[in-house]
Write a protein that binds this ligand. Structure first.
Ligand SMILES: Cc1cc2nc3c(=O)[nH]c(=O)nc-3n(C[C@H](O)[C@H](O)[C@H](O)COP(=O)(O)OP(=O)(O)OC[C@H]3O[C@@H](n4cnc5c(N)ncnc54)[C@H](O)[C@@H]3O)c2cc1C
Length: 377
């Protein structure tokens, strides 16, 4: 939280997902006047996210050490704001009997070498079946269990809405480029936190898109009324999405079979990532639904068929960057307009970086962020 900052500064935050909501909170806590434009989190990626906080997966450099403090940021936020849907849980990184044993061994060795040294436990297929009855019979080779933190998107939306209201943050509907341009004239600064829609907004404002900014279309299936007994997040040990983002070339579709408690309850089955679709056209929904259902039934063979046929598909574009670092700070071509987007592990990065971003907006000192290589590039 910034101290000793004039409260007369006023900011416009565009986009009310994880990044925008946290930034608005920190600016308002420091005494600034804040307008937050945008719809509910379910309109963007945040509302359908697993909300997992892999604080141990961030590297050992200075930025990694900073990001590894994400759990304490979440707990401090929750202490200040009340319930934000933050809870401890376990992560199971599963592999299948068909996966290459060399690839599994290499991935397990990488987990053993994590600098934060989280507690790792090996679970056999039978352990998994008994901990999660819906898994019974799944053709799993095993899993590594790791400590995890999960932010439930529904709980986060409820808690942050109340906190923002208490702090006097003004809510506005989504803004088009023309309204944003007009508002730029009277605010001290505006920040684009519009996720995958940040790039088209920049284009409509005749501003260049940062060269590292990309998006993919994510798909998840939502099953209501059923719960996971284990309350665990299940993801593949050999997940491919991160490598695909980093390589900036390769397969059009990555399917990382995973399961997670749904927002506010139920179960989410994920996750597809499409890298070749335009923002205007989400991937064909019927085939996507079947693809995800097959992945879900592979992990949860005991899912009742009635639940499967009532499953609902959600497709959202998700922003990322090819160097997996978020984009922050003023745009060289329009210094009143800033970016806070392009997260790769948003639930680790956003709670740690939002206070630094707020501080820099309030003081005009961007050096702490430029040291980490996070300024717009
Ligand atoms: C299935 C799935 C699982 C995931 N799991 C994890 C995970 O476990 N851990 C993790 O760290 N990350 C995870 N992610 C990624 C994470 O959810 C996103 O990176 C994060 O939510 C992005 O937050 P954001 O605020 O930048 O963008 P968004 O949540 O997309 O928010 C942007 C908001 O801006 C709004 N907007 C757009 N244009 C305008 C406009 N013109 N005016 C006003 N508002 C506008 C949009 O409607 C949207 O609400 C997952 C994503 C998906 C889809």
């Amino acid at each position: 939280m910034a101290v000793g900052v004039p409260s007369s500064l006023n900011f416009l935050v565009v986009g009310g997902g994880l990044g925008g909501a946290l930034l608005a909170l920190h600016l308002a806590e420091a005494g600034a006047q804040v307008e937050l434009a945008g719809g509910p989190m379910s309109a963007g990626a945040t509302g359908w996210s697993y909300g997992g906080v892999p604080w141990w997966g961030v590297g050992s450099d200075e930025l990694g050490q900073l990001l590894a403090t994400a759990p304490s940021h979440w707990h401090a936020l929750q202490d200040r704001c009340g319930d934000l849907g933050v809870n401890s849980c376990n992560l199971w990184l599963h592999w299948s009997e068909l996966d290459s044993s060399a690839a599994v061994a290499a991935a397990r060795a990488a987990l053993d070498a994590l600098p934060q040294q989280p507690r790792l436990e090996h679970l056999s297929a039978e352990d998994l079946w008994s901990a999660e009855p819906l898994c019974q019979g799944a053709a799993l080779g095993g899993a590594i269990q790791m400590p995890y933190l999960r932010v439930d998107p529904d709980g986060f939306q409820r808690g942050i809405d109340q906190a923002l209201q208490r702090l006097g943050v003004t809510r506005l509907p989504p803004l088009d480029a023309a309204s944003l341009s007009q508002r730029l004239e009277y605010v001290d600064a505006a920040v684009l936190c519009a996720g995958a829609l940040s790039a088209p907004l920049l284009q409509q404002l005749d501003l260049p898109r940062p060269s590292v900014l990309r998006f993919s279309w994510a798909g998840v299936l939502q099953i209501e009324r059923l719960q996971l007994t284990s309350k665990t997040i299940i993801m593949p040990l050999l997940g491919q999405r991160r490598q695909r983002q980093l390589a900036d070339a390769g397969q059009a579709l990555v399917l990382d079979p995973g399961i997670c408690p749904g927002p506010g309850g139920g179960i989410l089955i994920g996750q597809t990532s499409w890298f070749d679709q335009s923002l205007e056209h989400s991937p064909e929904p019927q085939a996507e639904q079947q693809r995800l259902m097959a992945a879900g039934q592979g992990l949860l063979p005991q899912l009742p068929s009635a639940a499967c046929s009532a499953a609902r598909l959600h497709q959202r574009p998700v922003a990322y960057t090819t160097d997996l670092l978020p984009l922050m700070g003023p745009l060289p071509e329009c210094s009143k307009l800033h970016l806070f987007t392009g997260f790769s592990v948003a639930f680790v990065q956003a709670p740690v970086l939002a206070p630094l971003m707020a501080q820099a907006l309030l003081t005009g000192d961007w050096k702490p962020l430029s040291c980490f290589g996070l300024l717009n590039r």
